[in-house]
Design a protein around this ligand. Structure first.
Ligand SMILES: [Zn+2]
Ligand SMILES: [Zn+2]
Length: 232
């Protein structure tokens, strides 16, 4: 006789928390996430199914494997993971656990998930994030993004928080978490549904920061050009 755990039939999908790195496809048309440990090589979409990370031909999660999506029950447990150096630029995800799951003391291992909310931490300078910018590394076909403020953006590939939510689709909300607020800038963009005034103001601030950066580069080139330096 095989011992079986009691089966649960929740009326609503359970909620869980995890951390992940936001990713942008190389052509800039799709957005998703990539895990910080097991399964980190396989980016996932807002609504996605788990596959066995070891390539085994079974449905994830399998009892005798450790494949499947993973999450914890408590937000604070997931937040604590953001303290380590390598996870500082990861974002906190609130997810719905869908499909089959295996419950553990601290969380779930499961088959399918929907990412409902992504909370983005501050820019490396401490300012509240206005965008997600190229973090300088990635996975094949995917750039990993990190929280960034308008002042630190410079010429890097980036998307606004609202822009990331749009590309990721599936009703994802992207919210700016803690950070020093800059006077005159929009409050934390909260991207869900269509863009509202705060999101549009945030996007305008990003564009302005970009233009300022390009203008400063042009000015520098212009000065060099007037000095009679080599052309081209
Ligand atoms: Zn497996
Ligand atoms: Zn900054």
């Amino acid at each position: 006789m095989r011992l079986r755990l009691p089966e649960e039939r929740p009326t609503e999908p359970p909620t869980g928390y995890k951390i992940a790195h936001p990713v942008l496809s190389h052509d800039g048309t799709r957005a998703g996430f990539t895990g910080v440990s097991l399964g980190g090589a396989l980016p996932y979409a807002v609504l996605d199914d788990a596959t066995c990370v070891y390539g085994l031909r079974h449905r994830a999660p399998h009892r005798r494997c450790d494949c499947g999506f993973h999450c914890v029950h408590d937000r604070t447990t997931a937040e604590a993971l953001l303290c380590t150096a390598e996870h500082r630029t990861a974002v906190l995800l609130e997810i719905s656990v869908l499909g089959r799951y295996i419950r553990f003391e601290r969380g779930y291992r499961y088959a399918r998930q929907r990412v409902r909310t992504a909370t983005v931490g501050p820019c490396a300078c401490g300012t509240v994030a206005a965008a997600l910018a190229d973090a300088g590394w990635g996975r094949p076909g995917w750039r990993v993004l990190a929280p960034c403020c308008t002042a630190c953006l410079r010429g890097r590939t980036s998307v606004s928080l609202a822009g990331f939510a749009r590309l990721a689709a599936g009703g994802l909300r992207v919210v700016a978490g803690k950070g020093v607020r800059v006077a005159g800038e929009a409050s934390a963009p909260d991207a869900g549904g269509g863009p509202g005034v705060p999101e549009l103001v945030a996007e305008a601030a990003l564009l302005q920061a970009r233009l300022d950066w390009f203008q400063s580069r042009l000015d520098r080139l212009g000065e060099r050009g007037l000095g009679g330096g080599p052309q081209g």
